[in-house]
Design a protein around this ligand. Sequence first.
Ligand code: MRU
Length: 350
Amino acid sequence: MSGKNILSFDSVNLDDEHGELIILDQTQLPGKIEMLHLKDIYTLQVRGAPAIGIAAGFGIYIAAKGIQAEDYGSFLEQFRKAKEYLNSSRPTAVNLSWALNRMERVVTSNSTRSIPEILGLLHDEAVAIKDEDIETCRRIGEYGLTLIHDGDGILTHCNAGHLATSRYGTALAPVHLGRERGMNFRVYCDETRPLLQGARLTCFELLADGVDTTLICDNMASQVMKNGWVNAVFVGCDRVASNGDACNKIGTSGVAVMAKYYGIPFYVLGPTSTIDMSMKTGKDIVIEQRPPEEVTEMWYAQRMAPEGVKVYNPAFDVTEHELIAGIVTEYGIARPPYEESLKEIFRKKA
Ligand code: MRU
């Protein structure tokens, strides 16, 4: 499989005939391209906020197909149990509960239909979540392209690209869409400790698209900005609060602080499904804590930290809205003050 361009692989897919969720094993990239075929949905081994939403849709559909129920009441009860279980797999990305709630609405608004009919509707809804994501990302790319010029330098953190969505990505959508139109940007990729999504995933997919790509360690971003190489910072998001505070991969808020210092516009790009208007500020967002071994030994030939050392390993951080020049969605670019502009984005959506 490794001869094929990584951009031709789907990060998440459904094999309806065999009742399998198929996901690209991103822990093996870039060395090995391997697809995982999951029948039992124990955990969502998927990353990237939109991809998590797509996997949740397919995952709950597969779980629903396995439900043994005599009547609607029993089906709904078991469906909700499966939903609760999937919803607990990752706490930060709101796309997970967004997709699961969307699937639940299919069940609750069709209570008079037969269970096979409901299953058919659940299948269609899950496929729609994936298909809509492609168009959503393309539109984010269109709006993002209005913020930059051919040849500009873009700094990005983590991976908010093709691999984190169904196509194009969010933060990287302007870059991929620009390539389709013969443009090329110079992209600086933070390696993104501790899981190295920037080095392993972002660099891999950008090189596959012929993008002028430079890998930097996270602690080099300030120097690259000082050199005058960066015209804009583009990052993705896992949950945005109604005041514009944006939660994304750990290290993002530090990049925003540096961008402010150097006078570089810092943009957050994401679909409206990642905006949680029920959350007032970023302080309320639950941050996933990860195992210490990701910091002390992962990727190293031997452990690099003394046994017994305390490790703090949050997977995400929150960038305060004051540091964000704009939030780029599929319905346009929200500008400060975000309380108002994000409401306007949702009015457009409605
Ligand atoms: O822990 P991960 O790899 O799922 O974290 C991913 C990120 O933080 C991405 O930047 C974010 O999900 C945006 S995805 C378009």
